[in-house]
Design a protein around this ligand. Sequence first.
Ligand code: SAM
Length: 473
Amino acid sequence: MYNVRSMKAEEFISDEEIRETLAYADANKENVALIDEIIAKAKLGKGLNHREASVLLACEIPEKTEEVYKLAEQIKKDYYGNRIVLFAPLYLSNYCVNGCVYCPYHLKNKHIARKKLTQEDIVKEVTALQDMGHKRLAIEAGEDPVNNPIEYILECINTIYSIKHKNGAIRRVNVNIAATTVENYRRLKEAGIGTYILFQETYHKKNYEELHPTGPKHDYAYHTEAMDRAMEGGIDDVGLGVLFGLDKYRYEFAGLLMHAEHLEAVHGVGPHTISVPRIKHADDIDPTAFDNSIDDETFAKICALIRVSVPYTGMIISTRESQAVREKVLPLGVSQISGASRTSVGGYAEPEVEEEVTSEQFDVSDQRTLDEVVNWLIKLGYIPSFCTACYREGRTGDRFMELCKNMQILNCCHPNALMTLKEYLEDYASEETRKIGMKLIERELEKIPNPKVKQTASDHIHDIAEGKRDFRF
Ligand code: SAM
């Protein structure tokens, strides 16, 4: 029985409710009066529920889809402005005891090079990342209680935060590790993590169990209820995600929104971010073996509908996607992207040569340097942001949402983006990026509505040129 407030996975992600939702969406996908009503509701900027959003996803009337795209663009502008936050993944270890059939880290893969970073390796990796200009990382690890216990992860987080190289610093560490206990989530919170990210992979229980045939990840309920445990452990920024291609996208989309509704209903705060990865080729993984892959058009529609349905939730696109696809979905509501990513363990300090036995998790489509990504964003009219202020100012969970809901972004996030971009331009940018970036900052400073904030931001930007660092609102 569906119950959004239940703490049981099978009740808040009820298979029956998803099936009924899909049937309702099919029955109404040409019901123009209802579709217009849903779009009108979405225009209020307060989001849509999984049933309403599923109708829009099923609808194939081109003008209506066009309206959804326009609305997604508008909501993105209203809530996020033109900022795009940048981050990089850092792979700590690819030892893993699970059997996930889509991931090359699965236990039976004897071909892949198994690696685990030592604390000395981490210093090298993080120094390389700082030298590119990164300030925000997402750490990644396989699940292995012997090789990667929580103590190892905590030690790595400590090491990462302690590394200060030239003007560099990692100011926010997000964590993408396997589902764990309330106690371990509490320890991660105490270690000062930003968002805890865990992809659901698929919300379809039966297929989930088949796709995760062995290992602790096989337990659907334990995995699906992880965000509730994380919140119980004090982590109020959690990141959801589905690995598109594993199951039917309309099923996943409804499940994803139901999960967001559940977190909001139970904890009073929805997910901080949603990621939308698609399966990629990897060592012994052939993405064509999965027959639910989605084309770029459908992918864009999903992104637009996530933006419209959960306006306060950030959306992340990784380098699994090509430059062209990223360019297509950026205006539809993406707020964060990774740049210059390496998905191999130790790949920043020592990039793997192609012929070698790899430790990579998947092939990266967008292989540009961080400077190329920053340059590209500026030319597209976005502000590349290295901001980590909210979390460091204690604006997490509902406090971050308040900022968003009160539309204070232009007086807070906007100047923070400009100040962190200025740091990047001073310390790491190429000459050309620096030139176009400085012009962008001048233009964008004018958009700050509060004159006092504008003056302070302008003063800080001047101070950054003089060598000072790390200002924030
Ligand atoms: N082991 C942890 C877990 O189970 O959640 C950490 C996550 S793993 C390092 C990061 C994510 O990469 C997975 O959750 C999965 O969605 C994604 N992934 C795995 N194999 C992939 C592939 N072949 N292509 C694209 N993404 C993949």
